[in-house]
Design a protein around this ligand. Structure first.
Ligand code: G3P
Ligand code: MG
Length: 241
């Protein structure tokens, strides 16, 4: 079972920043989950919300701002003033960090649920190929049309359907629609749902797994990875399993 750091090591460092990504690597996480959108000038950036208001010292929509404007902001979110200034990373900057790390996995969540970000699937696919990371990436989105678009463009890469609610026959649905994984919210992964998903040959990457008990419970159910804010804790627990 892989230990994937949600928005980087976001329990202790500002989410979706290079600092949180470096710290996840340092403590020995197996991978990182991050959220991707693009700017007004179509530069791929890593940020969770459609607006900068919650995580940055500014206001506005990512889609309405240029990369240059976004890079002036401090994206330290709840950690402002503690770790200096942390800029919104570009996807390119992130790939430069992880490309040399053999076997390190990245779950790219396309934030296409509200804005569709026309063409983002091709842009992300192209950059993955530029860095030769095809076999170390999992693409996911709450927008399953977006996942299907990505899969059609890049069938060799792994893709998963994100979902926060309780879905009947999620495994059969994922299989029918060409996904490799489902990414269900952790509380919806039960004996029954996990068995149905796995019996369809679909893997499970579940979020947001932040307690020792949940890491143990999900391991017993056979999930492929836990995505959580405390990869240090998950690593310790997994080592005892
Ligand atoms: O990809 C797992 C998880 O990140 C999905 O929800 O809102 O944290 O992006 P969110
Ligand atoms: Mg996410």
């Amino acid at each position: 079972m892989l230990n994937i750091a949600h928005r980087g090591f976001s329990g202790k460092y500002p989410e979706n920043t290079m600092l949180a990504f470096r710290k996840a690597v340092e403590i020995g996480a197996d991978g990182i989950e991050l959220d991707v959108q693009y700017t007004k000038d179509r530069q791929l950036v890593i940020i969770h919300d459609e607006s900068v208001d919650r995580t940055c010292d500014g206001k506005g929509l990512v889609a309405d701002m240029t990369l240059e404007e976004l890079r002036k902001l401090d994206a330290s979110a709840g950690f402002r003033g503690i770790y200096g200034i942390n800029r919104i990373p570009t996807l390119r900057e992130y790939f430069e960090l992880v490309a040399p790390l053999k076997g390190f996995v990245t779950n790219i969540e396309l934030k296409t649920g509200i804005n569709e970000y026309d063409g983002i699937e091709q842009m992300v696919c192209d950059m993955i190929k530029e860095f030769g990371l095809e076999d170390r990436i999992i693409i996911s989105s709450f927008n399953h049309f977006s996942v299907a678009r990505f899969k059609a463009l890049c069938p060799e890469m792994k893709c998963g359907f994100l979902e926060g609610d309780w879905i009947i026959d999620f495994g059969a649905y994922a299989k029918k629609n060409g996904a490799d994984f489902v990414h269900p919210r952790y509380n919806t992964v039960t004996d029954e749902t996990a068995a149905e998903i796995l019996s369809n040959g679909i893997g499970i990457n579940t979020w947001t797994v932040n307690t020792e008990d949940e890491v143990r419970r999900l391991y017993k159910l056979g999930v492929n990875s836990v995505i959580g804010n405390y990869p240090d804790m998950a690593k310790e627990v997994i080592e005892t399993l």
